[in-house]
Design a protein around this ligand. Sequence first.
Ligand code: THR
Ligand code: THR
Lengths: 161, 161
Amino acid sequence: ESKVVSGVAFSRDEAKVTLTQVEDRPGIAAAIFGPLADAGINVDMIVQNISDEGHTDMTFSCPVEQVKRAEKAVNEARDRGEISFAGLVADTDVAKVSVVGIGMRSHAGVAAQMFKALSAERVNIKVITTSEIKISVLIDRKYLELAVQALHDCFELEKAG
Amino acid sequence: ESKVVSGVAFSRDEAKVTLTQVEDRPGIAAAIFGPLADAGINVDMIVQNISDEGHTDMTFSCPVEQVKRAEKAVNEARDRGEISFAGLVADTDVAKVSVVGIGMRSHAGVAAQMFKALSAERVNIKVITTSEIKISVLIDRKYLELAVQALHDCFELEKAG
Ligand SMILES: C[C@@H](O)[C@H](N)C(=O)O
Ligand SMILES: C[C@@H](O)[C@H](N)C(=O)O
């Protein structure tokens, strides 16, 4: 029910970076995020879905202004032979929108409502990541205002801004 | 630093279900999670990475005992023509392990440490999803004890159990 959801959060200047087709074996995630940490990248979301034929994609989000530095750190790790990937896809036109709640344990219902509200506005969901208290998606930045309003309406929240 | 991490959480009887190659267009996520909510599935993690040629994989985790019911709900949605997917992959041999912290905003450092600790034990990371306060991974259940111990050691935490 909408009481479960306490707010909508968003981050306008988000970017996502994806290393496509990294090897799905122990040590690879560490070999990607070690250099990113050393480079001072403020990683927010980290998303890895299941692998296919021993490879998977690794996506992370960070502030738009850190993308170049993040790509450099990842490319240098590859140049040192620490990781390999098919491609490095940076997208600086996304925004992050999240629905925040308490005890969203049975949150298929909240997730379904959130996704339905976005689809009603034809906003495409590009990446999804969740925790018990937060369902976050990345969408095209141009839809941010529309998405935030739709979610406030859906969950009957007062818009703060 | 390890003060940022306050604990290690885990869920032993987790399962993951992946719908491979769903269409990446508005309405699909809602069409998957609506039926799951109606079927009373306790969805915990939801993971969607970027799409490739208009398709992407959708993964969610739920209790092992709900997998059959979840698969049924998803198959029925497909039979009604509401969604399409290439395959439905259920994995009942995973466990969820999370590192919990406050203000892990610059959490590339914490993530790197977590991933390094798991790789040192040769534990493969199958799925990753994050929020500011939690980095969660799915691993093979047989490594759960090992993973939890490794993370407690890495972050210098007292083991509760
Ligand atoms: C892909 C990456 O997560 C790999 N499975 C690892 O364990 O590091
Ligand atoms: C794949 C799914 O998330 C789709 N992009 C949607 O918006 O519903």
